[in-house]
Write a protein that binds this ligand. Structure first.
Ligand SMILES: C[S@@+](CC[C@H](N)C(=O)[O-])C[C@H]1O[C@@H](n2cnc3c(N)ncnc32)[C@H](O)[C@@H]1O
Length: 233
């Protein structure tokens, strides 16, 4: 069945499928909680959230765009899948809630436009000077929305700095690593922006591809807590 996608809503792309595959792999691992509570940040058409619901998870999907919220609700209803779709800024609509898995394919294209002020289709990709405005918020805030053994899966371009994501997550008390990587030719947005990014040293001459990465981070506050207790004793 085709996805309903009103104008301005992100068309699922290579980053969407890379993240979906990583999520399904993670859900099928031994020890993954059956009927896991899954949160998707920035759901767009809901493609990733639908895959989680199909796998038997209890799914909440959030997006800042009213058109995306409409699309995700319609797509879930057309398939008879129970996805709770909420409109709002990142974690705000789920304040105080915890999840076993959080997934995100956030905006991550570097540019001069302030992502907080952008509206329309560009909201799917505009992510500030180094493309990390939303990524850094996710790294910092995910731990408090994860259950004690919860997992974050976030996809972005290696151009945003994989080390920055790993360091940000480790600083937030998570065990983090790259679990998937895929080389993709630039899409239309990156082709238009390549000259600007090259001038700022973010691309090498002639580069027309980017590596997409999925970073997985597991909460380890229990272990950290145990260690702290040991030292305190
Ligand atoms: C790259 S698209 C990904 C869409 C979908 N998850 C997919 O993979 O096909 C990023 C999504 O994040 C949403 N978004 C942007 N800023 C947001 C924010 N502050 N809070 C929640 N969603 C946001 C956009 O509207 C867009 O739907």
């Amino acid at each position: 069945m085709m996805l309903f996608r009103p104008p301005g809503v992100y068309r699922p792309q290579a980053d969407t499928s890379l993240l979906t595959r990583a999520l399904l792999r993670s859900l099928s691992r031994a020890g993954a909680p059956p009927g896991a509570r899954v949160l998707e940040l920035g759901t767009g058409t809901g493609a990733v959230a639908l895959a989680a619901a199909r796998a038997g998870c209890q799914v909440v999907a959030v997006d800042a765009s009213s058109q995306a919220v409409l699309a995700a609700r319609v797509n879930a209803r057309m398939r008879g899948l129970p996805v709770r779709v909420l409109r709002g800024d990142m974690f705000a609509p789920v304040a105080g809630e915890q999840f076993d898995v959080i997934v995100a394919n956030p905006p991550y294209v570097a540019g001069e436009i302030d992502p907080e002020s952008v509206r329309g289709r560009a909201r799917a990709w505009e992510a500030g000077p180094d493309g990390r405005v939303l990524l850094d918020r996710i790294c910092a805030q995910a731990p408090r929305h994860l259950s004690p053994s919860g997992t974050l899966l976030v996809v972005h371009s290696a151009l945003n700095g994989v080390a920055a994501t790993l360091v940000g997550l480790r600083r937030a008390g998570m065990r983090a690593s790259v679990v998937a990587r895929h080389r993709e030719p630039f899409g239309p947005v990156m082709r238009r922006r390549a000259d600007v990014l090259r001038a700022r040293g973010l691309l090498v001459d002639g580069q027309r591809h980017e590596d997409l990465v999925v970073v997985r981070a597991d909460r380890m506050e229990e272990e950290a807590g145990d260690e702290r207790d040991q030292w305190a004793a």
